[in-house]
Design a protein around this ligand. Structure first.
Ligand code: GLU
Length: 305
């Protein structure tokens, strides 16, 4: 089978709000990459962190995508329907002693880190000092963590950013697979779903780059295939920070075809794509998308991966 036809890509929005200018860039890039490879494009609603989800945001996102002409090649799936898969993966890891129960509270982790003399944090996340690695010592298990092997630094090739590396042991530590509140962690859900859906190419926002080494380790430990990765440029707000729902990014307006086209033009600009020179007024969105697929093929060397 030629490689292009085996391509499966995806867009995986968390319904913590509707699409804003930043998330549309990731949606458009993943769609364009799939089309440029003559592949399939799936949408997966990542509602695994239920307390952060906003009711109705999932359907609003699907409508925004449709208004922008970004139609998935299969019905979307919801992570909240797939907890059995995450449970099976966690059971696989625990039965092989690759995951362990952890009884630490955040406060206890902070105290343990302080007594080690280093305030170890990474992106405000605590680097787990390994307290429960050798057992709970009579405490009650709250969460499940991955038992990282003594691995050397993980190296991986990002299609836009080039060679990346991270030592997951020293930069992250044994990370959580199932939280104290019983919810499965993003890292586990995303790896299980990417494999279950046969995803060959992940195209997503640059803010997620830092998660990739953890996901590669999990793929190795679960015996899963590794997709290739590409992280797309972020849209920055007026304060220079990444545009996000947290810093008040406004939803894209897709109420009319003209507004949707405008939003797409802005997203395309962030990706280094230009508008078609002459506008076809009968279906300007379809025309622009087609134009960008051709540009994408020349800008990103799609045959290399
Ligand atoms: N659900 C994640 C987000 O919306 C994206 C996960 C991914 O693409 O791997 O930030």
């Amino acid at each position: 089978m030629d490689k292009s036809s085996s391509y499966i890509g995806r867009f995986a929005p968390s319904p913590t709000g509707t699409l804003h200018a930043g998330s549309l860039v990731a949606a458009l890039a993943s769609w364009l990459d799939a089309r440029a490879h003559h592949g399939r494009w799936l949408v997966r609603v990542e509602d695994v962190d239920t307390p952060r989800c906003i009711p109705g945001a999932d359907h609003a996102i699907l409508q925004q995508l449709a208004a922008c002409g970004l139609h998935p090649d299969a019905p979307p799936v919801w992570q909240s329907d797939r907890t059995k898969l995450y449970q099976q993966a966690l059971e696989q890891l625990t039965s092989q002693q690759k995951a362990y129960a952890c009884g630490c509270t955040r406060k206890e982790i902070e105290v343990a880190l302080q007594s080690n003399g280093i305030a170890k944090t990474r992106n405000a996340e605590l680097i787990y000092p390994g307290t429960c690695r050798s057992g709970l010592n009579g405490r009650i298990g709250r969460a499940w963590r991955l038992r990282l092997p003594d691995l050397a630094t993980i190296h991986w090739q990002d299609r836009r950013l080039g060679i990346q590396q991270q030592n997951v042991c020293t930069r992250v530590g044994d990370f959580v697979l199932q939280r104290a509140d019983g919810l499965y962690a993003y890292q586990l859900a995303v790896v299980v779903d990417d494999a279950a859906q046969g995803i060959t190419h992940v195209v997503r926002g640059e803010d997620l780059t830092d998660n990739t080494a953890r996901q590669i380790v999990l793929q190795q430990m679960l015996g899963l295939a590794h997709p290739t990765y590409m992280h797309t440029p972020l849209v920055r707000g007026a304060n220079g920070e990444k545009l996000s729902k947290q810093n008040g990014a406004t939803p894209i307006n897709t109420a009319t075809a003209a507004a949707a086209l405008d939003a797409l033009l802005q997203a395309a600009h962030v990706l280094g794509l230009t508008a078609p020179e002459k506008r076809d007024n009968s279906n300007p969105i379809a025309q622009a998308l087609q134009h960008w697929v051709a540009q994408w093929q020349t800008i990103y060397s799609i045959h290399d991966y």
